[in-house]
Design a protein around this ligand. Structure first.
Ligand SMILES: Nc1ncnc2c1ncn2[C@@H]1O[C@H](COP(=O)(O)OP(=O)(O)O)[C@@H](O)[C@H]1O
Ligand SMILES: Cc1ncc(C[n+]2csc(CCOP(=O)(O)OP(=O)(O)O)c2C)c(N)n1
Ligand SMILES: [Mg+2]
Length: 322
């Protein structure tokens, strides 16, 4: 099978390539064309996933299809954008029709859940990797940026943390667990659900937001830096699932939640009154884990208020070894 038959069969003709609202022209021409209404801004983000770095080289292709798209859509959620479409640049070592069919099915499943459409891409031969670029719409001026946190705001997260980092040892076969424990944790690694509804509800209320990919403490550092403030995280308020605690024990579960990454959960800052306006009517369910202070950097505190900030705060490509 050649390059163009591969594109047609597994991508252009796939369920995920059906046009959705906002796509004027999809796969097939030199560019796709997107439609934006007056008063909307286009949100764009790109993510590369490399075999052996972001996912194991040997894995279930349909799960991989889900994950590749979900982690990219999470960036749209973090800005409060509504998803429109995505491109997929695919590098494959060889053509395996069954593998591609399963990958495309997983991709289509996640595209359907995220209500977005595959609008183009590129296909090349080489070591297995994927680059997904996502496009979304936001009412002009309402994007949730990283630079608006103010002293007095609360720091919140949209779900419990650390499950995917805990699942990694199961994914890599370094640890075994009973089905009922493994299943929910593995789901958080293979199919993280972008918190798009939460992101859109936070527009006009949250002062800053991002999605946690590298680790809570590392990513909070981006808000602190962009906003010119300090963030304080209270360890005992950081939510961890019962499954993660059963797998790793409380201490290692907390470490996974604080620095493990791969969460694709929103972290945001918000004034206390603005949070009450969303929480009291039941519009959102979130966890308050800390607060914004004057100063700089991220500090982790134990229940006595001691500074227990770890040196290693999250994942970094090209980290310099001491
Ligand atoms: N090679 C690059 N060229 C230009 N911009 C880049 C490059 N790599 C990353 N960026 C930008 O740097 C910022 C931080 O990147 P990153 O940490 O990957 O964001 P995220 O965690 O949201 O995916 C983003 O605005 C991203 O678009
Ligand atoms: C097989 C495997 N090993 C390790 C990890 C852990 N891991 C790899 S990259 C990464 C951080 C997120 O990736 P990055 O490319 O920094 O995403 P971005 O912040 O740009 O969205 C993590 C936690 C993984 N997901 N899979
Ligand atoms: Mg990146």
């Amino acid at each position: 099978m050649g390059e163009f038959e591969l594109i047609r069969q597994f991508f252009a003709a796939a369920h995920c390539a059906q046009a959705v609202e906002g796509v004027a022209l999809g796969i097939g021409d030199d560019c796709a064309l997107l439609e934006l209404a007056a008063g909307q801004q286009l949100a764009v983000s790109t993510d590369t996933l490399v075999a052996g770095v972001h996912f194991p080289a040997v894995c279930d292709p349909s799960l991989l299809g889900q994950r590749v798209l979900a982690v990219a859509v999470s960036d749209l959620a973090a800005m409060g954008a509504e998803a429109i479409g995505f491109t997929l640049a695919l590098t494959l070592p060889e053509v395996d029709a069954q593998w591609l069919k399963d990958f495309s099915d997983g991709l289509s499943r996640m595209a359907h859940r995220c209500r977005m459409s595959l609008i183009g891409g590129d296909t090349t031969r080489g070591p297995l990797s994927f680059t997904v670029t996502v496009f979304g719409r936001i009412p002009a001026g309402q994007a949730l940026r990283r630079d608006g946190a103010r002293p007095g705001d609360l720091l919140c997260v949209g779900d419990h943390l650390g499950d995917a980092a805990g699942a990694l040892s199961l994914v890599l076969g370094e640890r075994q667990a009973a089905q009922e424990l493994a299943r929910p944790l593995l789901a958080r690694y293979w199919a993280p659900m972008p918190q798009s509804t939460l992101g859109q509800l936070l527009r006009g209320h949250a002062s800053a937001a991002l999605d946690i990919s590298d680790g809570l403490l590392a990513d909070c550092g981006h808000i602190a830096k962009a906003s010119g403030v300090a963030l304080e995280v209270n360890q005992q308020q950081v939510p961890v699932s019962t499954e993660l605690q059963a797998l790793l024990g409380r201490d290692a579960a907390l470490q996974a939640a604080l620095t493990g990454g791969d969460d694709y959960v929103l972290a945001f800052t918000i004034a206390p009154e603005a949070l009450q306006r969303l929480v009291l009517p039941g519009f959102i369910h979130v966890h308050v884990i800390g607060r914004v202070l004057p100063g700089e950097g991220v500090t982790l505190r134990d229940s006595q208020g001691h500074d227990i900030t770890p040196v290693q705060r999250g994942y970094q490509h090209f980290r310099e070894t001491p």
